[in-house]
Design a protein around this ligand. Structure first.
Ligand SMILES: [Zn+2]
Length: 275
């Protein structure tokens, strides 16, 4: 089994939103921001080449369909994900599985493509099963008004119409690939967190359960989280296991710290290794 971390591009988010109730005087020491409070974030994907032959992509960045509507996020350095995979020797048609941690636009946008002239939508990974939790799918179809702006139907409806949507009800294994999927709530209902059994360690892709290294402090919770009180407990559940089992975390949005291990440090967690 091999895995590759792929940078699909950057955007900016307001630091006050990223760190919720935490004062700027505190978060500014842990994450860089410009004069306008803007934090540079990355959108990471993961490609897993499993021993059983599966080619698994985790998350897919923002894509290009809604960039005009999302101009305020100042997206830059966007990777054509199909080209990015090709550079790693993988054709888009060879991807067997796409795991979407959740369906916010910065995680699933490039799952579908739009012909600019005809408006026709097509699938980027036409032979892949697309794994989404049932809770997240139901939330996507009828979101709370406060979360609605994070979803675009055109990102995912072609997947469902093609019969390629694999709804996940509970924690599960992806066959004999060595990848298992677990459910976490808080940021949004039913986030999928992939656990990848690499030869020498387990690698975890927490998505927006722990988007930045600075969010390893349990009380540091983004104002984007729809259920922050739940996020607190879910995050501790994930981090405690990561400490106990020596799991490596990959941060999907941290522009400065791609991956790290963690250890307990009093009430908090500190980072070590592989920054
Ligand atoms: Zn996100």
């Amino acid at each position: 089994m091999k895995y590759y971390i792929i940078n699909t591009g950057y955007f900016y988010a307001d630091g006050g939103v990223m760190f919720g109730a935490i004062p700027k005087a505190a978060w500014k020491k842990r994450y860089d921001a410009g004069d306008a409070n803007d934090c540079r974030l990355v959108m990471r994907s993961l490609l897993v080449l499993a021993d059983d032959g599966r080619v698994i992509l985790v998350d897919a960045g923002v894509g290009t369909k809604q960039l005009k509507k999302l101009a305020s996020y100042k997206f830059s350095g966007l990777l054509d994900l199909r080209q990015g995979l090709l550079q790693l020797g993988v054709k888009a048609e060879a991807v067997t599985d796409v795991v979407l941690t959740h369906l916010h636009f910065d995680h699933c946008g490039s799952v579908t493509l739009k012909d600019e002239e005809t408006g026709e939508l097509s699938l980027s990974f036409p032979h892949a099963r697309h794994w989404v939790s049932r809770a997240q799918w139901e939330n996507f179809l009828s979101p709370h008004p406060l979360e609605k702006d994070s979803y675009f139907l055109e990102d995912m409806m072609p997947v469902e119409e093609a019969g390629l949507l694999q709804l996940v009800e509970a924690d599960c294994e992806m066959g004999s690939s060595g990848v298992s999927l677990r459910l976490y709530d808080g940021h949004t209902p039913g986030q999928l967190v992939p656990y990848i059994a690499a030869p020498d360690k387990t690698v975890v892709f927490p998505g927006d359960v722990v988007p930045l290294a600075a969010h390893c402090s349990p009380a540091w919770i983004s104002a984007y989280d729809t259920s922050p009180l739940i996020s607190y407990h879910e995050k501790i559940r994930l981090l405690e296991e990561a400490v106990d089992k020596g799991q490596q975390l990959i941060f999907c949005h941290d522009a400065y710290t791609p991956q790290t291990f963690i250890r307990r440090a009093g009430k908090y967690y500190s980072l070590y290794g592989n920054f």
